[in-house]
Design a protein around this ligand. Sequence first.
Ligand SMILES: [Mg+2]
Length: 364
Amino acid sequence: MKITSYEAATLLIPEDDPLANMPEDPNRKRPIVTLRLRTDNGIEGIGVTFYGGAMTGSLCKAVDELAALTVGEDPLRIEKIVAKLRNGTGDSCGPGGIFTLALSAVDVALWDIKGKALDQPLWKLLGGHRDRVPTYASGSLRRGLTHDQAQRAAQILVQKGFREMKTQMALPGNPTIADEIRRVQVVREAIGPDIKLMCDINQRWRPEQAIDIGSRVEDVGLFWLEDVTRADDYQGLARVTAALKTPIAGGEYVYGIEPFRQMIQMHSVDIPMIDICRAGGVTQWMKIAGMAEAFNLPVVTHVMPEILCHVLAACPNGLTVEYMPWMLCLYEETPAIEDGMIVLPDKPGLGLKFDEKAVASFRA
Ligand SMILES: [Mg+2]
């Protein structure tokens, strides 16, 4: 089997909130890049990447240029192809930035092809530890909402059957410490004691702020506190992690596999969160998960649950899948949620098929 052709496209998808229907701006669009890789026996593998922002056109071009290097290659030899792509760029325009984001789209499409060629769903090919995985609602309980809106949105998520959900602190404007604490308290009041509640800071605090506010909300019983300070401040993160009983999650912002070695060795986080685009695809995601396993740490996913449920279900130390529904609109069908768990698909590869009508309507 050989790769024969490829097609990368930039799409603008709605920045809505399909879980609780409380979008901040329903007209705002999120730019993403899709890739189709085709083989000589008629298999099409798909990949998706983003974080290009105003440079998404450049990211699409990067995906296009890397995909061109795969033509003629055997798609089952993924590590060989990854090495070729790194060599093709002189190994010097990565790991941080567009190279790795583009590599991820190619790598995901290759794994999709491999699953389809072997007639196995990806989660089984990668290890198949479980056939359903916990998931948490994300993207609805944002810091931009009022406390009342956050409470209402949280109740909607509980009614929908979610048993885990994430909110945010580091509120906009100049919040008092009491305002910050109030946010997690009102959400906890709305959902009761038994629902797991996470809270994301998105790198907005200094370490000493994280220790101060984090220690004042320990009695709220957060399942984790996420990205409490700058993602590359491994020592600052370690101070917070050592100071708080609440587990600290982090890692979504870092590129490649090496930063996770630093994070783990320095005890920067209790729960490594691995973003597939910034890791460089399925291949690198699984390596980071294995590294964490050796250190007795769980791992969690970042966005794209329809793809990431496979890697989390594959590894024995997967904790929960972030159900960030941003890209569900791209597909005809996405994995079902039953009793707060994602049910892994039986279909080969990713088990996803682009909804061609929707995708055409999102064309940039
Ligand atoms: Mg986050």
